[in-house]
Design a protein around this ligand. Structure first.
Ligand SMILES: NC(=O)c1ccc[n+]([C@@H]2O[C@H](COP(=O)([O-])OP(=O)(O)OC[C@H]3O[C@@H](n4cnc5c(N)ncnc54)[C@H](OP(=O)(O)O)[C@@H]3O)[C@@H](O)[C@H]2O)c1
Length: 330
């Protein structure tokens, strides 16, 4: 009989995540109960927030328990359904975690059209990262035509969508990314107006050249010294959508030197979590779906092969080793 394979949290990291913090286990395929659906996961999404879930520091969500299957977004196909809304063969997305097979209540799964849009993209530009970009840009930054939007981690799952949506709305999009290859992609493939390689060592001068009048909207994904430098170039009455602080997920917080800019320039800054208001998901997906299906919104994926590759791929993502949405093909 076929078996399930899953990765559980073996221990909590104290600083950098290590592969030894995870353990691969074999077990029986779970049985579905009334109202439930058994899914064969085909794609696993790896995301920076996972660093928070394997720590027991206070946060907005409950941590994964030791010995529990590692949590994560998944896309796959229905094998068996005891829910009237699903049939074998349906393509679904859910949060079934780091495992080949999973069972969920029908209400916790979403049927998707894997014919028009590839199944993996439902975890990227038309999934949680895409909705994050849409919500932060529209509901917090709200750029007007002609304004300058700066986004950090610009080649990544969230950042790549932010800049493209900003351009579609008539704003100027300036990306910040690590290295010439990522920056070339951001400008040449994604169509941003400019991209600054923050690793090149000329951040202040490059920023002045790319945003000579200052920044109207900052979509912040990174934090730390980079964010501190950007704060000093914000315009009066500008907005910051504080989406993530990936540079600090494995290290001590960076003490901000330029926080005074928030007061002097009356900057409005708001942190947000994509699941804060679930009523924003349908309008976001209604806009993102056709853009991705028609090829007008581009995306790129970093794919690791096989469940066993997930821990190393997560560690690489947390070090900036990914180039585009990080996935595991199961
Ligand atoms: N608030 C929410 O609801 C929400 C939802 C989803 C994601 N997020 C946040 O959005 C941000 C982007 O997430 P994503 O899924 O789109 O990831 P991603 O951009 O696809 O990958 C992470 C990227 O962060 C960049 N980075 C910059 N400084 C880094 C550092 N010191 N260490 C490691 N990486 C660094 C790297 O790109 P470079 O090589 O260009 O530096 C890396 O490729 C993260 O902060 C994440 O936590 C928030």
């Amino acid at each position: 009989m076929k078996k399930n394979r899953k990765i559980v949290l073996a221990s909590r990291p104290t600083a950098w995540v290590e592969e030894g913090n995870f353990r691969l286990e074999e077990c029986d395929i779970p049985q579905s109960g009334p109202g439930q659906v058994l899914v064969r996961n085909r794609w696993l999404s790896l995301d920076p927030y996972m660093r928070g879930r394997i720590s027991d520091a206070p946060s907005y969500a409950k941590p994964v328990a030791i010995g529990e299957v590692m949590m994560g977004g998944t896309a796959g196909e229905v094998i068996e359904s005891k829910h009237p809304g699903f049939a074998p063969g349906d393509a679904v997305v859910g949060a079934l975690g780091w495992q080949l097979f999973g069972v969920a209540d029908g209400g916790a799964l979403r049927k998707v059209d894997a014919g028009t849009i590839p199944l993996s993209a439902w975890l990227g530009p038309v999934g949680m990262p895409g909705v994050t970009a849409w919500v932060g840009l529209h509901d917090i930054c709200a750029p007007k035509s002609g304004e300058t939007v700066v986004v950090t981690a610009a080649s990544g799952a969230v950042g790549s969508v932010v800049g493209q949506l900003a351009k579609l709305g008539g704003a100027r999009a300036v990306g910040i990314a690590g290295g010439p290859d990522k920056c070339r992609y951001v400008v040449e493939e994604l169509g941003f107006d400019a991209c600054i390689d923050y690793k090149a060592g000329n951040l202040r001068a490059d920023l002045k050249a790319a945003a000579p009048d200052g920044i109207d909207c900052l979509f912040e994904n990174v934090g730390g010294e980079l964010f501190d430098t950007l704060l000093a170039r914000m315009k009066p009455f500008s907005r910051i959508a504080l989406c993530g602080l990936i540079s600090q997920y494995n290290s001590a917080p960076w003490p901000l030197k330029n926080i005074g800019a928030v007061l002097i320039n009356r900057i409005r800054m708001q942190g947000f979590i994509v699941t804060d208001d679930l009523s924003r998901w349908p309008p976001a997906l209604r806009e993102l779906g056709p853009l991705v299906a028609s090829g007008r919104l581009k995306y790129r994926e970093s794919i690791a092969d096989g469940l066993a590759a997930a821990p190393a791929a997560l560690i690489s993502l947390l070090k900036g080793g990914n180039f585009g949405k990080q996935l595991v093909r199961l």
